[in-house]
Write a protein that binds this ligand. Structure first.
Ligand code: ZN
Length: 388
């Protein structure tokens, strides 16, 4: 493999200006007018680069998923695409840019959603545009800009999965990890909701007749908590408990919400079965249990390993060593594609720090290298190593 050609048609200054513009448009979850405004800007820029664009309202809402496509020379719909995933929503509420200006200090570009992940999304678009300008790819390259990833992609999931079914590879432009490392596995995430229904009574005159839902839910919270197994990478967190009405009433209802993280699908199934088999500890109390997996585990399969090694070769040709981080507890849209068996590599976006905080930033000087790497990787995959 020869050294990748440096990009000549976008300067570092243009790159920074483009990211600043994207960050300045705030995109909090479920804010339809702002999400639409952003989607239209990204769509306009992609069309200007000669790429095909479609705004897809997800799950019958007005929130658009932006599908950007560099068609292959053959332009066959049956061709398996290189799928690139990014999201353009952020966790930050409107007004964050007023309190926390988008600004550069020394080598850092600060702003809400810079690192997670407007910069990665912008790099992906520019890498794709650069590839397309150079030569029409041998297999289509498709970028999906997702509007609701920070809310678990509940609305977009079906659309993402539809395109993932026809993908040869998936690259996820979520934030790169320290040292520019990528992500090759992520835990699966799930949710448990449990309600206990007891028997209310007067806490003074009829205490013995009551069946306390709070007492029951406390037992269940401890049972769930005890399912955590750090050695197996399985965690369970009871994150919220509600219940009761007043000090002097034996409570009729109490409920809890828990989050769980698993390493493998088999582990998820065992855990779900154990949770659904829980029974009331107190006689006369009824339990309602809902337990589901939101994002399946992204397991480091041999396909993922092979894609990682390919990316390492491209990184070396670009001028750096690509490492991987150990299994991470946070999910991404890569979990959906990896669960289909599509070779998936994640954490390919910008370098920086402080995701989801007010000190969120990217490292400006690393942007050209990250763009060159992404461009090289797309070129490698879109041409099946024929041209690099
Ligand atoms: Zn993200």
């Amino acid at each position: 493999m020869t050294k990748a050609k440096p990009l000549t048609d976008i300067t570092p200054e243009q790159l920074v200006a483009g990211i600043r513009e994207w960050v300045s448009l705030e995109t909090p979850p479920n804010d339809v007018p702002r999400l639409l405004e952003f989607a239209e800007l990204a769509a306009h820029q992609a069309r200007q680069a000669g790429l095909a664009v479609e705004l897809i309202p997800v799950n019958n809402t007005l929130q658009p998923l932006v599908r950007i496509r560099a068609n292959s020379a053959g332009n066959q719909n049956s061709e398996q695409a290189v799928l690139v995933l990014a999201h353009y929503d952020t966790v930050h509420p409107v007004g964050t840019t007023e309190r926390n200006r988008v600004r550069i200090e020394s080598d850092k570009l600060f702003g809400p959603g810079t690192y997670d992940m407007k910069a990665g999304a912008y790099l992906a678009l520019q890498a794709m545009a650069a590839l397309y300008r150079e030569r029409q790819p041998a297999r289509p390259v498709e970028l999906l800009l997702v509007p609701d990833e920070e809310s678990g992609s509940r609305l977009s999931r079906a659309t993402i999965e539809k395109f993932a079914r026809n993908a040869a590879f998936t690259l996820v432009a979520e934030p790169a990890r320290t040292g520019g490392h990528c992500v090759t596995s992520r835990k699966g995430t799930g949710e448990i909701r449990m309600t206990a229904i007891g028997v209310p009574s007067h806490a003074g005159t009829d205490h013995a007749k009551g069946r306390s839902a709070i007492r029951e839910i406390a037992h269940q919270a401890l049972a769930l908590d005890a399912m955590t197994n750090y050695d197996e990478g399985l965690t369970l967190n009871v994150g919220r408990i509600d219940g009761g009405t007043n000090r002097n009433v034996v409570p009729e209802r109490a409920s809890l919400i828990a989050d769980f993280r698993v390493v493998t699908q088999a582990q998820a199934e065992r855990l779900l079965a154990a949770v659904k088999a829980l029974t009331p500890v107190i006689d006369g109390v009824r339990l309602e249990i809902e337990a589901n997996i939101n994002r399946p585990p992204f397991e480091r399969s041999p396909h993922v390993q092979a894609l990682f090694e390919r990316a390492q070769r491209v990184a070396r040709a670009t001028g750096f060593d690509l490492g991987e981080v150990p299994l991470t507890g946070g999910g991404s849209d890569g979990n959906f594609t990896a669960a289909f068996g599509v070779p998936t590599l994640d954490g390919l976006g910008a370098e920086g720090d402080g995701a989801h905080t007010l000190h969120e930033h990217i490292v400006v000087s690393t942007l050209p290298l990250r763009l060159q790497f992404l461009h090289g990787l797309l070129r490698d995959l879109a041409w099946d190593s024929a041209v690099v």
